[in-house]
Each structure stands twice: as structure tokens, then as C-alpha cells.
Design a protein around this ligand. Sequence first.
Ligand SMILES: [Zn+2]
Length: 235
Amino acid sequence: MQDWRRSERYLAFSPHPDDAELGCGGTLWSLGRRGAEVHLTVVTDGRLGTRDPGVPPDAVARLRRGEAEAAAAVLGARLHMLGLPDGGPFDAYDLRDRAVREIRRCRPDFVFVCDPWLRYEAHSDHRAVGFAVAEAALLSGLVHYAPDELAPWTVKGILFYFPDRADVLSPLDPEAHAARSRAIACHRSQFGPEDPYLARLDEQMRAQGLQAGAVWAEALHLRTRTDLHIPQPAS
Ligand SMILES: [Zn+2]
């Protein structure tokens, strides 16, 4: 399964514009740089992402679409925006079906999504999208599940970013780290140049890099499809 780095196609799901860039942006850029096809599906429109009461939600969503397009271009990813309302509510089955359609349309070997089992993950969009995508990775290859014009597609595995338990450290070289930073900087409405949240993430990536023999590394948790549905040996 460690061959996840050598596959041809990847699909990253992001609950909001910016999450995948923050969680695995350097890795996505590196995969694209190596010649892989990288897709990025942003599930919600990010309309809640402002503290300025003078900016209406529709305007925030429009602004964030432009930011997501710029960031995807930096990462070399093909962007798909599902446009669901930021903050929900979502129907879990509808979300799962949408994730299955994305997988069948993009036909990735591996899927990235935020880890819904992250302890203390307070944002329901992150939990809902993580659970929906994990289940979609199980179901997308079944011929009788949500049949439509798209052929079933079986993924090899799923990589959770912002994982509760990291078991893969993806080293970033300076170019990949710089590309990640440029992609995040596209989300101007969300982060200032000296943002403490970004500084904290960078500190974590440096600590992970020390373990991975690099300056920076992104933490991931890798599961095969069947590992999503059977008991795991204690580790
Ligand atoms: Zn988010």
C-alpha cells in the first residue's frame, strides 16, 4: 500500500475551500509534479467564512470560489466545486452519493479526505464529509449501488489528512513546501500573512519533518478499502 505515491490519479475532498491545501497541499502538488492527475473536490461553498457582517454570504461564496480556483491552479489540480451550503445541514446519504459520483467520475487510485475520527473535531462539515467519503470509498465499486451513467470504480485506498493517528509522514521538499504556502496564500479572505494558525501548522509540519528525515512533512493516515470495515489489530 506504500505504493500510494506512485499511482496515476488522485482525488482530494475538501469540506471548505482551503482544507485540503492546509492538510495535504504539499503532497498533492508533489504528486502532480511527478505527472499524476490530481483532482480537488470542494464540497461546500464556504459562505460562512467571514467575520465581517457587511459582506453578504453570497459574496463570501463568490470570493472563495475565486480563491479556490487560484489555489487549485497553484497545486496543479483540477477543481470541482459541489457548492453545498457551508455549515449544512446535509443529508448523509445524499452526501455519500455525491462522493460516490465524484469517485466514479474522476476514477482515482487514492482518495484524500479529512479524518472524521479526529478527536475533538468540532466542525460537523468536516465530520460529515469525512464519513461520507470514507463510506463512498467502500461503495463506489459496487455495481448495484446508486447506478447511473457512470461506471463503478474501485479505489485502492484512502488517505486521511489531519489524522487522529498519523501512520504516514509525507516529506515535503522546499519546492513542495513553497507551493503549499502559495496555494494557502490564495485564500486571502481566510489568512493574513502572519496568521497564528498557519504558524502552528508549520511548526507541526517541521516536527513531523524531523521524524521523516525532511524539513517539513504532512501527516496522513492510510487505509485500504477493506481496512475501513473490519476490526484492526491493536497497535
Ligand atoms: Zn474546513
